[in-house]
Design a protein around this ligand. Structure first.
Ligand SMILES: [Cu+2]
Length: 453
């Protein structure tokens, strides 16, 4: 017997409890059996640990009598630790709180919560699919939209789109029509409605619109005009419209519950105000109710106020008024698509020009979260107005960051040869992809400046 074996045998012998069935022969045979009772006693674990600390080698493998002592040293140490934990746990039965906050307790609680959420989600989906059936295509019951508060980009969770009609027009920014009221006011009527809109051919997204297009109709008026704008709400939830950049009385500002109440489904509301000289310029309108869903879903449009002839604004706006090409570009998202005027490349409308023209672009930040640095190849543009107001000192840019809510008016000269084509695109490169595309493909916030031949 080596010294190590002797000390181990002693440790083993000394640790044996009186009722142990093991004999000293067993111990002698294995040379390292310190565990003979089950579960192992604290004394046995101490002895085993002492043996390992003394640098004892693993005992000779004995297939006929596998013992913990034949394991590698590191594994024996782990086993000792686990047995001490087990003994402690036996002596300290877990309280309810300890059960809940144990790793397995947390796992079980999480699974139960997940199951409850999934069940509730399926229930809500089933409820909303059933609800609109009696209400027709555009007046689904208000209850079906109650769970949609924080969803974005028209991807309303829990709302069935089965009854939402396809868009009948393919492009927005159409001039809004008006009638003249007896008192001379220009009276526009816009209908808030949901449609299935195609940012690219074949891909439909639930859109929240005015008159069925993204963007909505372009309201054009002149400073000094008295305007009335009636909003008819055919959405499944309430809405309001805010006239962004116009100096209107608070009860026309479109922010519920300040000044006005929300326009409930099936109701309508008429805004009534007079445009002032300082309102001249590029402005826009957008929903101001459940904004993330409705603005993110496409509920916005241009409000272009021409200057009153003879006013100081009329003089100042000459660089815009003298342009031969005018185009308004709303930059934002619709569902998972990055869109210019509701369309993703390659379905964006090109800016068609001839050599030798002055082009005026109105860039409007309709995104609800992101800034888009728009870059035009081959041309630097003059920024002549910000938020509808002409700048005393225009500046030159070739990349212009358009933040949510901002409008910019830029002009540039078409110097290049007929037939030339240049991209105008966002410079955040992940915004140049459509869902499912890779970075090698082109989509999203790109449109083309096309010179006619
Ligand atoms: Cu961008």
């Amino acid at each position: 017997m080596t010294i190590d074996e002797k000390s181990l045998a002693e440790a083993s012998t000394s640790s044996q409890s009186a009722e142990s069935s093991a004999t000293s022969d067993d111990t002698a045979h294995n040379g390292a059996r310190s565990i003979v009772t089950w579960p192992p006693s604290a004394d046995e674990l101490d002895a085993m640990e002492q043996r390992l600390d003394a640098g004892a080698p693993a005992s000779t493998p004995d297939p006929a009598s596998p013992a913990v002592e034949q394991w590698p040293v590191w594994l024996q140490k782990q086993w000792i630790a686990s047995q001490r934990r087990r003994a402690w746990q036996m002596a300290h039965p877990p309280t309810l709180a300890r059960r809940i906050f144990s790793p397995s307790g947390i796992l079980i609680v999480s699974l139960v919560l997940l199951l409850a959420l999934v069940t509730a989600g399926v229930g809500a989906a089933l409820t909303s699919q059933g609800a609109p059936a009696s209400g027709g295509s555009t007046s689904a019951s208000g209850g079906s939209s109650s769970g949609s508060g924080m969803t974005m980009g028209g991807q309303q969770s829990g709302q069935s789109t089965a009854n939402v009609p396809d868009a009948t027009q393919h492009y927005g920014n159409q001039p809004a029509k008006f009638t003249l009221d007896p008192d001379g006011a220009k009276h526009f009527t816009l209908t808030a409605q949901q449609v299935m809109w195609q940012p690219v051919k074949g891909q439909k997204v639930l859109a929240w619109t005015l008159d069925g297009t993204v963007p909505g109709p372009m309201i054009q008026a002149t400073a000094g005009d008295h305007v009335r704008i009636t909003i008819v709400n055919h959405l499944p939830e309430a809405t309001t419209i805010h006239w962004h950049g116009l100096e209107v009385p608070t009860d026309n500002d479109g922010v519920p519950p300040i000044g006005m109440q929300p326009i409930e489904p099936g109701q309508s509301y008429t805004y009534d105000f007079t445009l002032q000289d300082q309102d001249a310029g590029t402005h826009w309108y957008h929903s101001h109710y459940d904004d993330l869903t409705q603005v993110g879903g496409g509920m916005y449009g241009a409000f272009i106020v021409a200057p009153r002839p003879g006013s100081p604004e009329y003089q100042a706006m000459a660089p815009i008024l003298n342009a031969q090409v005018n185009q308004t570009l709303f930059i934002g998202m619709l569902g998972s698509y990055y869109v210019i005027n509701g369309k993703s490349f390659p379905d964006t409308q090109p800016i068609v020009v001839k050599h030798g023209q002055t082009v005026h672009l109105s860039l409007i930040g309709a995104d609800v979260i992101a800034i888009h640095p728009m870059h035009l190849h081959g041309h630097s543009f003059q920024v002549v107005a910000e938020d509808g107001h002409m700048l005393p000192a225009p500046y030159i840019k070739d990349t212009l960051a358009v933040a949510p809510g901002e409008t910019y008016d830029v002009t540039f000269y078409t110097w290049a040869a007929p037939g030339s084509v240049y991209p105008l695109h966002c410079h955040i490169l992940t915004h140049l992809m459509n869902p499912g595309q890779t970075s090698g493909e082109m989509g999203g916030l790109i449109t083309l400046l096309e010179y006619q031949k």
